[in-house]
Design a binder for this molecule. Sequence first.
Ligand code: ATP
Ligand code: MG
Length: 219
Amino acid sequence: MIELRNVSLSYGKSEVLENLNYTFNQKLTCIIGPNGSGKTTLLKLASAIIKPSKGEVLIDDINPWSSEDDVSLEVRRRVVYVHEKPTALRGTVWDNVAYGLKLRGLSRDEISSRVSEALEIMELKELAETTASELSAGQLQKVAIARAIAINPKYLLLDEPTAPLDYKSRRKLLQTIQQITRRGSSVIIATHTTGIARKLEAKILYIKDKTLRERHEPP
Ligand SMILES: Nc1ncnc2c1ncn2[C@@H]1O[C@H](COP(=O)(O)OP(=O)(O)OP(=O)(O)O)[C@@H](O)[C@H]1O
Ligand SMILES: [Mg+2]
């Protein structure tokens, strides 16, 4: 479970989230909100990339900001955040997908089989030897998702994952997300429309007035 307790987040003097309390305990959750409402900020808080200005974030009951380095690293590795505009890492598509696995010290055989599987799922096999920096935005998004899938994290946080994807790739990704939850991961998706959330039959949350709400109230 990822839990936010009395979490506030300010960038300088500007407060984006205020006294937010929520426990993510569903297999599939979508966070809906307009541009600038704080979706990315919330996902980065939940994955311990940014530290709350106030309050605490607990990942499986552990606060990664106040635990021993080894405990903190282990708990952070349970959560993978896929950026809304992923950047290419050095090397080929294969290298990019293998990156997180190498960091985690997996064996060569294990890395090879996981990368192959992730490339297959994301329909990237033909691009395996392509230099990642030469990819289109949509292709790069798929590579970033493949990199995350290969890790098979307990929590997968996807920031606007379908934005650069074409219709067919979008449909495929929604199926893949369902597959991932069946495999055991919990998925949290940030998006600005309810379309994906409804198709996935996900738990829907709205960001409004610097906090998360379960219902959408008209302005
Ligand atoms: N690093 C930063 N420094 C200062 N302000 C920031 C920073 N990151 C985000 N903000 C501000 O915080 C607010 C929320 O930004 P955030 O990126 O979380 O919104 P979002 O809901 O993800 O928007 P979008 O739909 O455009 O992706 C915005 O007003 C933004 O300008
Ligand atoms: Mg965003």
